[in-house]
Design a protein around this ligand. Structure first.
Ligand code: ATP
Ligand code: MG
Length: 388
């Protein structure tokens, strides 16, 4: 039904000026570059975002998670232009959002972004239908005679058409959030930015609202959603974890979820980016290993030496998988050779000292690693037996 509502814009919907001088060529729809945000308060200067680089692709559903006060709202307010970076750049398509004047910003936002807040923020004196029409009246994207009907279609989309003439105070929080979503869709924006849209809802209503977001992504929208709900976050394409104003490397928090956010941040800062050419050996069987590796792109081959001298590839690993932990934790020589597959392999590496410090600081992480090591060593033994 949403698809049917797309594409009815009138000729007024011309592109906004403020084109950046030379936007870099990327696939990303939203690009944040070196964003620093400092609040200057009586109590002193407070750097809330500490040099954030982030990209959001068209059609992606990205969750932003992190502890209270870590900078999630500040980050997404940079995209909506509700707040501006102290330094750094924000591009949405070719628009340099950080350079827009206030009036350009309001016009651009109205046409390109749908914003959903935790506390709905419907205007209390207007009916639900009028609330949904408001962004249309402001942006002039749709002809005025079309607006009431379009508002009704959007209310229908969120299951609220029977309440169209009520005031916000006459409906529940969950219903208000549905109307807020209808309002966010008013001008058919390509991007939805939501700050804890389910934060104030019971779990069943939160589920409904979340399903609405999933549907919108299915219909081509790009969504960035702050959430505290880890269950929901797991169902999102990609999650951006913010700790203390910095982005934690996604693989670090997926691979070692038991680390504290501070420890994840430490690991992120210590990661070294390396590239291995096809066939290049990363770890040599029977030699001492000094690093823990996480694969970012490409595949590696795990090979075992045969009694005769040559080796046999027993398995392959790809992005998000890791190796090198056995040699470090067991203080043993490598039980297999790991080498780059057919295309160059990009990996991130932690050195022995950093990796071992994390393992000793986080017992649960060490236990989880030991468990994987146990499985891998058993598998290795089994394979060797078969090879004899
Ligand atoms: N206008 C402001 N002036 C001074 N400090 C601010 C301002 N806005 C936010 N902060 C501070 O910046 C930090 C990050 O705030 P932000 O609202 O981005 O956190 P958050 O991750 O969204 O937290 P929550 O989960 O509680 O919503 C907090 O310590 C907050 O107190
Ligand atoms: Mg917040």
């Amino acid at each position: 039904m949403l698809a049917g509502l797309i594409g009815k814009k009138n000729a007024d919907n011309a592109p906004i000026e403020a084109i950046s001088p030379a936007p870099e060529k990327t696939d990303s729809l939203i690009r944040l570059r070196k964003i620093i945000k400092t609040y200057y308060t009586a109590a002193g200067d407070f750097m809330v975002l500490k040099g954030i680089d982030a990209d959001f692709r068209r059609g992606e559903f990205v969750g932003v998670i992190g502890k209270s006060g870590s900078g999630k709202s500040t980050l997404i307010n940079m995209i909506t232009g509700i707040d501006r970076p102290t330094t750094g750049e924000v591009y949405v398509e070719d628009v340099a959002v950080h350079l827009l004047s206030e009036s350009e910003m309001a016009a651009w936002r109205g046409r390109n972004l749908g914003i959903v807040f935790q506390f709905f923020q419907l205007l209390p004196m207007l009916s639900l239908q009028e609330n949904v029409m408001l962004p249309m009246d402001f942006c002039n994207v749709y002809e005025s005679r079309e607006r009431p009907e379009r508002a009704m279609e959007l209310l229908k989309l969120v299951g609220m058409e029977d309440h169209a003439h009520k005031l916000p105070s006459a409906i529940s929080g969950g219903q208000q959030q549905r109307v807020a979503i209808a309002r966010a869709l008013a001008n058919d924006p390509p991007i939805i930015i939501a700050d804890e849209p389910t934060g104030n809802l019971d779990s069943r209503t939160a589920e409904h609202v979340f399903e609405m977001f999933e549907k919108m992504v299915g219909q081509g929208k790009t969504i960035v959603m702050v959430t505290h709900d880890i269950g929901l976050a797991k169902r999102i394409d990609r999650t951006l974890l913010i700790a203390d104003g910095e982005i934690v490397n996604e693989w670090v928090f997926r691979i070692m979820p038991q680390l504290s956010h501070q420890q994840m941040l430490h690991a992120t800062r210590e990661l070294e980016q390396l590239v291995f050419e096809p066939g290049q050996v990363i770890i040599q069987e029977d030699q001492v290993g000094d690093n823990f590796y996480i694969i970012r792109e490409g595949r590696v081959e795990i090979a075992l030496k045969r009694p005769g001298g040559d080796d046999i590839v027993v398995t392959r690993m790809g992005p998000g998988e890791y190796f090198g932990e056995i040699e470090l934790l067991k203080q043993s020589k490598a039980i297999a050779t790991v080498r780059a597959g057919e295309v160059p392999v990009k990996v991130m590496s932690l050195d022995r000292e950093v990796f071992m410090a994390l393992m000793s600081e986080s017992e649960p992480t060490r236990e989880a690693m030991e468990h994987i090591i146990h499985l891998r060593m058993n598998e290795n033994l089994e394979t060797r037996k078969k090879m004899q």
